[in-house]
Write a protein that binds this ligand. Structure first.
Ligand code: SF4
Length: 363
């Protein structure tokens, strides 16, 4: 069996590590690029959201490269992700890309036993394998969490560095080394080394950069190709930013602490009381939190056609007015060029900088 999966941010680093620990062969599609998008768009329904098109491109390439089993996260709705698995399979089958499919729905949707059965069918269901898998999963989870805390700190600190670009380099080198590491222990050591390197970078604490929160649809947030490498640009622009939504966060809410998540989802807020699919309620709550944390602004990212985030987007003007916080919504689709996005982001950051200066110094 050779498994494959569509790209979702750094998930490929974690899955690659897990497969190495479990001696399972996996075929990782090339990182998302224009070719992936063109291939995916050619075979996808025109109106479907951008992540779907990239996933079609990923899976077709992986099957071409020898994968025979597709592992895919899913949900029972209410957004389109609930239909993704079946629709992907039908499109790939119709075009001669056959594979065995394993859908990983949430515990909430299929129950613990069924989910474990499906996970077991990938990495072995016997008792010994299950223990091995549990140990490997715990190790990989720790690696991902450490990598993400390094990344979060670099996103915050890069606006203060004296020599621009050093922290970004440490982050990318660390990700590359963790990806090609032999196993969990080696990966942890690489991250520890990078954390040490990060603390040695010279920082200018007298700087007062604008602070921004990135929120919105999970795929657009954590898949760099789909957001035109926005985080790299913010680092280059000297913005200190925070993104809570990560692979580790997703693992927490779906596998590690699903009950805590269910309780949190019931909590009411003044702008959106109910889950409308995807992470729209989280987006709204992120804006409320950003205000509490005295951030200067919020950037909401979503792909064209994303149903839940359109609901969140429609609430943003009221939130901006009532909470007195600036919000920029950026909608990505496959037709727009990079320059259009960058101009809007630059104008937004420029406005935040001027506003901050005006509030602080009155000019
Ligand atoms: S959250 Fe939005 S982009 Fe993601 S699957 Fe649902 S509708 Fe599509």
């Amino acid at each position: 069996m050779k498994i494959t999966f569509p790209h979702l941010g750094d998930a490929y680093i974690a899955i690659n590590l897990l497969c190495k620990e479990m001696d399972v062969a996996c075929v990782i599609p090339p990182l998302n690029n224009m070719e992936t998008l063109e291939k995916g768009s050619k075979y996808s329904p025109e109106e479907i959201c951008l992540p779907f098109k990239l996933m079609v491109g990923n899976l077709m390439t992986a099957i071409d490269n020898g994968a025979d089993t597709v592992v895919m996260v899913s949900s029972a709705g209410p957004c389109r992700l609930g239909e993704y698995g079946d629709l992907l399979k039908s499109i790939l089958d119709k075009n001669g890309y056959y594979a065995h499919w394993i859908l990983l729905d949430t515990v909430h949707d299929v129950g613990v036993r069924e989910l474990l059965k499906r996970v077991g069918s990938i990495w072995g269901g016997e008792k010994r394998s299950r223990l091995k898998l549990l140990r490997a999963f715990k190790g990989v989870y720790k690696v991902i969490k450490s990598l993400e805390s390094l990344e979060t700190e670099i996103h915050r600190l890069s606006a203060y560095e004296v020599e621009k670009g050093k922290l970004k380099k440490i982050l990318y080198k660390c990700k590359g080394d963790v990806y090609s590491s032999e196993g969990i222990q080696m990966a942890q050591k690489i991250i520890e080394k990078s954390q040490k390197q990060m603390t040695q970078v010279e920082i200018d604490k007298s700087k007062d950069p604008v602070k921004v929160v990135l929120t919105g649809e999970i795929f657009s947030l954590i898949e760099p190709f789909s957001n035109q490498y926005l985080e790299d640009k913010l680092m280059e622009m000297g913005v200190s930013f925070f993104r809570r939504i990560t692979i580790g966060w997703w693992l927490d809410i779906t596998l590690v602490q699903p009950l805590k998540r269910a309780k949190a989802m019931k909590k009411k807020n003044a702008f959106l009381n109910y889950c409308v699919g995807g992470y729209a309620k989280d987006t709204v709550e992120e804006v409320i939190q950003a205000k509490k944390d005295h951030c200067d602004g919020v950037i909401q990212l979503l792909p064209l056609g994303c149903m839940p985030e359109i609901v969140a987007k429609s609430i943003m003007p009221d939130m901006s007015e009532e909470l007195d916080i600036k919000i920029l919504t950026v909608v990505f689709d496959e037709m727009n060029g990079e320059a259009g996005y960058i101009t809007r982001i630059e104008a937004f950051i420029d406005m935040l900088q001027r506003r901050k200066k005006y509030v602080l110094y009155g000019y």
